[in-house]
Write a protein that binds this ligand. Structure first.
Ligand code: BGC
Length: 821
């Protein structure tokens, strides 16, 4: 232990006190020993430091900071150097705001396009997400503070995120859902990890010994701190045993007492706590030095320009019929669509940043050389179809040479705590497009969405640019692409299926009651579409450019692959070349191809560059469930270099000796996995994959409600009051949506509907404790008066205890002061 001497000076109470927050955002301090609090702030694409009212849903404003593009956007840049640079900027802002731990990046896999938080995550591919995350972390931590990679692990749906039990097989867990975390830890060196709310195969993530000990600590050698997601602690002692040091936010000391009691009773050894204290101290001491140096305010303009550059690198050109883009200077455009005036530049929830400034398309048009004939909103962001707005838009479109049509998803659709209901753009926007296309066929659609949308309307537009959520300078960045000042170089970090029904987890998303079954296994995103040969709208890794690249001269050796790329077009540009690997043996089921490397290179017009993508420890490995280890199968491997997963330019084959492990699967029991056609895997086959019986997926409605049941489950509670409360909440939600207050309705869903009962204690900072929750549960379970009585009695007890505690604190302080005198 690094701080043994200091720890020896601490009382048991002091040690336990460090294991949970002091308030909503700070860890506990012990001033007599010179131990300060740490400030933790969201994250991930800007600093959300709340000076006054605190919340984890992005409701109250924070101190202004630069709003950079979200992770889903930056992933499209495929630029690792950019990731690191952004990390440095984030780190610098965090330092100037005295934030020790920046709560990001978020690196959960995009298992399904409807996960409400996809805008905050990088990719459907673990290698791309892992590389980007590792670079963010390096950048952030180079400034002397800590990143906090989240949410560990398999947190891939927002509905019931605090209670859902994810059922996933070990190989899928390792290859798909943990690889990016492994890279964030081993390559990025993150000092903090945030555990996720959900359960993994029956145990809460932060209590899961397999996840937290076997994998995180023993296999990956992680020495840092694990922080719970806010309010995500269930059994504090079980969490501590699994090595979860910090519970956030404060519980008013309630769970510290659980820790103290468990040590006094011998349930856990004091050394376990000491080790946790040691790691917390290390995080505190190694992230506060930087505040002792004189810190300057960050440079708003410089950082705004960085946000712009990051957005420029990440915009994806999806369609460019007859080279309608870039627009020539002087082109007369009609600007249509509410998003041109009110940019959608970030998602909703805990990641909401209060930007230092905000570029708007209309205000940046002049400098782009494009001539605007005017603006028409065309639709109401939250409203129904408006014939008047459509008429005005068509009048403008008629006069214009080209229509710039700004479409997208609104802030209430893509939000933390909720999943999207479908993959469509709002109908009023599609209606507008339909009408505008009748009067002007030169339409360039500009999309602002944090994730995938269906595009049955695509043939009506000639140009299509996707800016994702481009941060505070996204609007200007987009215009620079439209005008040709910047050549687009972004490529999709996720596949665009033709329709939602095509997605591999279509039948198993989201988990609605007890469990969510990952029946598609390792086949998420392109791993599925490319193996099962499903037609897609845009493949993974796809993106156009104003120039054209030619690939040649592939050479493969044991170290990696080398090839040439020539820019045969008229513009200088950047190309993202991707390395995919496919195993030719059919002994172990595998995706047809998997991304194992990528490079982004700048090439002048007419120039040729020779590039190398090295192989690494991930190139040929697979996780063998029999040996419980990463193994390599002896086989010929196809080496594919492509401009996207469906545009393979060069191929070769290399023979690789294996590790000789026995084959893990019985082919006949797993036909869907061997064919890749995993949309309808039967219960039996999935059980064969996970090698156990599936747990009950539905709620047991006969059981009384307990700590981990959610408010939504009051629908079948024994107590009439609870059922009535459920009806009231559901009605409020329905009514608020009906009257167009979707954001307020969302808050009900996020903060009440899906909240487990224990969350009432965990999220109220000690105002309501667990014995009081017992009273609430009694009421819900049909013992109203007994429960109310219990609740009030426990409340009185708590208030009395608090009084005694503060009196003894005052006494202690005055005795110490007297001693000093
Ligand atoms: C989110 C975390 C976030 C935390 C604090 C939670 O609701 O899941 O990502 O860091 O709140 O705001």
């Amino acid at each position: 232990m690094k701080y043994r001497k200091l720890i020896e000076k601490m009382t048991l109470e002091e040690k336990a006190s460090l294991m949970s927050g002091k308030d909503f955002w700070q860890s506990m301090d012990i001033q007599r020993l010179g131990i300060n609090s740490m400030f933790l702030s969201d994250g991930p694409h800007g600093i959300r430091k709340q000076a006054a009212a605190a919340d984890h849903l992005g409701l109250n404003p924070s101190i202004p900071s630069t709003c950079f593009p979200t992770a889903a956007t930056i992933a499209n840049s495929w630029n690792q150097g950019l990731g690191e640079k952004l990390g440095e900027f984030l780190g610098e802002e965090a330092v100037s705001l005295k934030v020790n731990v920046l709560l990001g990046p978020g690196i959960n896999m995009k298992r399904n396009p409807l996960c409400g938080r996809n805008f905050e995550y990088f990719s459907e591919d673990p290698y791309l997400a892992g590389k980007m995350a590792a670079n963010y972390i390096k950048g952030i931590q180079s400034k002397g503070i800590s990143a906090c990679v989240k949410h560990f692990a398999v947190n891939n749906q927002e509905e019931r995120r605090m209670a859902i039990d994810t059922i996933v097989d070990e190989r899928t867990l390792r290859e798909i859902y943990l690889t990016a975390f492994e890279m964030a830890i081993k390559e990025g060196g993150t000092k903090a990890v945030m555990s996720s709310y959900n359960m993994l195969n029956g145990t809460y993530a932060n209590e899961n010994l397999h996840l937290m000990q076997d994998i995180l600590r023993d296999e990956w050698g992680y020495k840092g701190v694990v922080v719970t997601d806010w309010g995500g602690s269930n059994d504090r002692v079980a969490g501590l045993l699994a090595g979860n040091e910090l519970e956030m936010p404060t519980t008013g000391g309630e769970t510290n007492i659980d820790i103290e009691n468990s040590i006094r009773s011998g349930e856990i050894k004091e050394e376990v706590l000491d080790e946790c204290v040691d790691r917390i101290l290390d995080l505190i001491f190694t992230t506060e030095d930087v505040f002792k140096q004189s810190s300057e305010d960050f440079n708003l303009d410089k950082n705004h320009r960085m946000a712009q550059l990051a957005a420029e690198e990440s915009i994806v050109l999806l369609k460019n019929e007859k080279n309608i883009l870039p627009l020539k200077p002087g082109t007369k455009v009609g600007v249509i669509g509410d998003f041109a005036k009110n940019p959608r530049y970030q998602g909703a929830g805990s990641s909401v940043v209060n930007p230092t400034k905000l570029d708007k398309t209309f205000e940046c048009l002049d400098e782009s050389g494009i001539v605007s004939l005017g603006y028409a909103p065309g639709f109401k962001r939250y409203g129904k179809k408006s014939s008047k707005l459509i008429r005005e838009a068509c009048e403008l479109a008629q006069k214009a040479e080209v229509v710039l049509l700004y479409l997208g998803l609104d802030e209430a659709t893509e939000a933390e705590g909720l999943d999207r209901q479908n993959m469509k753009l709002p109908q009023n926007q599609i209606d507008l497009l339909e009408e505008v296309s009748k009067v002007n066929s030169n339409i360039i659609a500009v999309l602002s969405c944090g994730s995938v949308v269906e595009m049955p309307w695509i043939y009506k537009v000639k140009g299509l640019l996707h800016g994702y959520l481009g941060g505070q300078a996204g609007a200007r960045a987009m215009l620079r692409i439209i005008s040709g000042d910047v050549n687009p170089s972004g490529k999709l970090a996720e596949t665009y299926p033709i329709s939602y029904e095509d997605t591999p987890s279509f039948n198993n998303f989201p988990g609605k009651e007890v469990t969510v079954e990952y029946r598609e296994g390792i086949y998420i995103g392109y791993r599925y579409y490319d193996t099962a040969d499903i037609e897609v709208l845009f493949p993974f890794g796809y993106g156009l450019n104003y120039t054209t690249f030619e690939y040649s001269d592939i050479e493969v050796n044991r170290e990696g692959v080398t090839f040439k790329i020539k820019n045969i077009g008229k513009f200088a540009g950047k190309e993202v070349a991707q390395l995919y690997i496919g195993c030719t043996s059919k002994n172990i089921f595998r995706p047809a191809k998997e991304l194992k490397g990528f490079i982004k290179v700048f090439i002048n017009a007419g120039e040729t560059k020779k590039v190398t993508i090295p192989f690494d420890d991930k190139t040929f490995r697979y996780f063998n469930v029999k040996t419980n280890k990463w193994e390599v199968e002896e086989a010929d491997y196809e080496i594919m270099v492509g401009a996207s997963s469906r545009d393979i330019k060069l191929t070769d084959v290399i023979f690789i000796e294996g590790t000789g492990a026995s084959l893990p699967y019985d082919k006949y029991k797993l036909p869907s996995y061997f064919s890749g056609e995993v949309k309808n895997v039967s219960e039996d086959e999935f059980e064969a994959l996970i090698e156990k019986k599936l747990p009950e997926a539905k709620w047991d409605r006969s059981k009384p409600l307990g700590y981990n049941d959610t408010v939504a489950q009051c629908q079948y509670a024994k107590g009439a009051v609870a059922r009535f409360a459920f009806k009231l909440i559901s009605f409020a939600y329905w009514f608020l949506r009906k009257i167009g207050k979707r954001k307020t309705a969302n808050i009900i869903m996020m903060s009440i509907y899906h909240m487990p009962f224990r969350g009432i204690a965990r999220m109220t900072g000690g105002v309501i404790n667990m014995p009081m929750v017992d009273g609430i549960l009694m009421m819900a379970n049909g013992h109203f008066f007994k429960g109310l009585n219990h609740f009030l009695k426990e409340r009185r007890k708590m208030l009395k205890n608090n009084k005694i505690k503060s009196a003894s604190k005052v006494e202690k302080i005055s005795t110490e002061a007297a001693k000093e005198r």
